[in-house]
Design a protein around this ligand. Structure first.
Ligand code: PEP
Ligand code: MG
Length: 537
């Protein structure tokens, strides 16, 4: 039995087998092979497997998002039947090279050829070539699509996980995450919370093939990871796990009840989501609405921008499922830890303070307009609100409002019906909090993003695990900025909520109520806990 300490991101207990997740961007290495014919057969086998995967993806997409979007998988399948591409790979294998390397050479050759074409449509095919080639390489190197090759749910152990990797994983295959790196406010930790998985970050383990498949326990209450627990420990953990499940069942009694203090103060308890599929947990946990839909997750883990139609379907689906309850969609907050290759963002010294979020949207309005059109079209199917991330000035809001009004005019002319949409901003920079009196005159609501507000106010990188233990999330500077923002909102007659992770900190629920906070938006797993905290006041 071996015990390790980690930083818990969600209280809970998981017992299961370890799955060591290794990075998907596996580095292709050139090796010399002795039998070219055998290697070509290995390549052909991988191509056949890729085609089977693509047919399955086509069928899934056809059911879930319709034929238009499913078509891409058919196109990919056809590309894998292209003789020029297949011959290019085989000719490199004939030189005595391994198949993985041969595919990577053909990928560069064909992607380069497409990228150099004048026609925008053909240019975009470079991404498809990379996609099909990567699929074949992954099959050859035995790396599965979502990185998890298992028939039963496992404890995923990794050096680190990016939001793009986490978002692609099949939740049904995961019992818990344990990572060596990472901080509890990173987006990966936030995703783990939204998946309701007891997880640890910053865990001092040495990863090795040896641990793969061993029985382990993740104790999210005490921040412990125990490999091969002895019988007594295992019995104790199973008993505590049962108690945890019983406590959750007791909390479930609060479903359908109001978020109201004993002296009658009501507050909205909403949920944060990143994916359309997260809505199930939101409904299950009985949230009053969605206070933060991190729309950038729709852009992660793919090779090209989601189209207007694709985004429209996602937003419409969330709005319809919420049956009239408010859904606040945050526009694209890409950049910093949320990296997407096809945006072609240049490396930066300080990405958290760099070219990201609304800065990209105002600089590349075509991306912004596509998203706004999709949201406004979807607004006819429920109660949508929009908020903008990383705001620092009144000027930004005025520019945003001009774009929004043009988008609405265009859609009206095109005959689309739209619902009433509240427009708000995230208050997550000290600048926004300090000028919140002026900003409040421009918008319908504020949503305070304490994750970034803490990072920028205390100059503590939220990704840096070394700073986590010394970072005081209850620092008076943060609390004063929150209070000031709420007061300034109310002076102008608008509402203010909190959607950062601090909203779920029940040690502060009374403080937030005293400040007059109108809404707390938390991960689905924390909704009933916060409801209880409100009702206990
Ligand atoms: C925040 O900064 O508090 C927030 C809610 O946004 P994100 O965590 O996605 O940066
Ligand atoms: Mg933020």
């Amino acid at each position: 039995m071996k015990k390790y300490n980690g930083k818990s991101v969600l209280k809970g207990i998981a017992v299961g087998r370890i799955y060591w997740y290794r990075k998907q961007n596996y580095e292709v290495v050139k090796t010399q092979i002795s039998d070219c014919e055998d290697e070509k057969k290995r390549f052909e086998g991988a191509v056949e497997t890729a085609k089977v995967q693509l047919s399955e993806l086509y069928e899934d997409a056809l059911k879930n998002v319709g034929e238009d979007h499913a078509m891409i998988f058919d196109v990919h399948k056809m590309m894998l039947e292209d003789d020029d591409y297949l011959d290019a790979v085989k000719s490199v294998i004939n030189e005595g090279c391994n198949a993985e390397y041969a595919v990577s050479v053909a990928m560069e050759q064909f992607a380069g050829m497409f990228a150099a074409m004048d026609d925008e449509y053909m240019k975009a095919r470079a991404a498809d070539i990379r996609d099909i080639s990567q699929r074949v390489i992954n099959i050859l190197a035995d790396i599965s699509e979502d990185g998890i090759q298992t028939k039963w749910p496992v404890i995923v152990v990794a050096e680190d996980l990016t939001p793009s990797e986490t978002v692609k994983m099949d939740k049904n295959k995961i019992l818990a995450f344990v990572t060596v790196k990472g901080s509890s406010n990173s987006h990966t930790a936030i995703l783990a919370r939204s998946m309701n998985l007891p997880s640890l970050v910053n865990t001092q383990i040495e990863l090795s093939e040896e641990m793969n498949g061993k029985i382990a326990v993740v104790d999210g209450f005490n921040g412990q990871f125990i490999i091969e627990p002895d019988e007594d420990v295992l019995d104790d953990m199973i008993a505590r796990k049962n108690q945890w499940v019983a406590d959750l069942e007791a909390l479930a009694q609060l479903k359908g009840k109001e978020n109201i203090t004993s002296d009658g103060r009501k507050i909205n308890v909403y949920a944060n989501i990143g994916k359309v599929s997260d809505v199930e947990a939101v409904i299950e946990e009985d949230a009053g609405g969605i206070g933060l839909f991190r729309s950038e997750f729709l852009y992660l883990g793919r090779n090209d921008f989601p189209s207007e139609e694709e985004q429209f379907k996602s937003y419409k689906s969330v709005l319809e499922k919420m049956e009239g309850k408010k859904v606040i969609i945050r526009t694209l907050d890409i950049g910093a830890d949320k990296k997407v290759d096809y945006f072609n963002l240049e490396p930066e010294e300080n990405p958290a303070m760099g070219y990201r979020a609304i800065r990209i949207c105002l600089d590349r309005p075509e991306i912004f307009i596509t998203q706004l059109r999709a949201i406004y079209r979807a607004s006819a199917y429920g109660t949508a609100a929009i908020m903008f991330p990383m705001i620092v000035s009144v000027d930004e809001i005025r520019r945003i409002k001009e774009i929004v009004s043009q988008v609405k005019k265009d859609l009206e002319l095109e005959g689309y019906s739209m619902g009433e949409v509240e427009l708000g901003i995230m208050v997550e920079t000290p600048a926004a909090a300090v000028i919140s009196d002026e900003l409040a005159k421009e918008v319908d609501f504020f949503s305070i993003g304490t994750n970034d507000l803490t990072q920028y106010t205390l100059a503590v990188d939220r990704q840096n695990q070394k700073l986590e233990s010394t970072c005081d999330t209850h620092h008076p500077a943060i609390l004063r900025l929150i209070e000031m923002t709420v007061k300034n909102a109310h002076k102008e007659g608008i509402w203010a909520g909190i959607c950062g992770e601090l909203a779920a900190d029940t040690d502060l629920t009374r403080t937030f109520l005293d400040m007059g906070v109108d809404e707390l938006s938390v991960s689905a797993s924390n909704i009933l806990k916060v409801r209880k905290a409100v009702r206990d006041i």
